[in-house]
Design a protein around this ligand. Sequence first.
Ligand SMILES: [Zn+2]
Length: 279
Amino acid sequence: MKSLNAIVTPPDYIDIFEDIRDKKKKKTRAKLVAAQASLRLRFIHYEVCFAANTLHGLPSSPFAYIKDELRSCYGRNVGMVALQTAIKEAQPKGRLVWCPYCGATTPGSHDHYLPAEKFPEFSTHALNLVPSCTRCNSIKDDDWLDAAGARQYLHFYRDAIPVAPFLTVNVSSNTAAQAVGATFSIQRAGMPASSWALIESHFRKLHLIELYDSYSNDLINLALRSVRSHLNAGGADAAGFLAGEALEAAELYGEYGWRAVLLGEMSTHPHLDQWVSWL
Ligand SMILES: [Zn+2]
């Protein structure tokens, strides 16, 4: 789990929208141009709230009357494809191999952090478009605030991932069955209450512990196979090799991403050599 880089402006975020708008059909374009001044102010309002961490307090959209026109700007048009490419290119190589929200599957879509259904004007705002897998995107849907009005999901362009061991894993094995398994859990780990509330709800809403528990068998198997290949090629120090793999995963996907946590725990386990022999 690691933050993403927001794309750098200029051009301003509103300029990206206006370039897309200007290529729309005349009738749609005219309605959007008529709202130009208020849309510009609204974009600035998003950016101010983003910087001040007050997005949850952004007033509801005043643009319901041009909702379809605004939402139609998000699609497979030249400007949007260029924006999605710019978002990807703003990240270090490899960061987007896995969905930022879960770290477990491929990010084949973009989540509208403020839902497009409720905030159609931000359908094309670069800060509001976060690469995401379809699973996380569909679970999150319009449900971005809790009943008390607090954000329920990490915003990967603005929220720093806490530097605290909030995700841990217990790796255990069954000698008779020659099987290795993992059970993940999260804990507050001394972080401030507001950080913990966001992390806890992000994990709970997206069912990440259940996801990691179910995906861990595949990662354990792949990791042990890598260790075996390393040893078969004349390498030594299985634990050191796996610790190196954990460091690579931490660099790309975060020190407390599930991959780094699981590989790190396996690398320090006294039965690692035995597990490799069970393959
Ligand atoms: Zn995901």
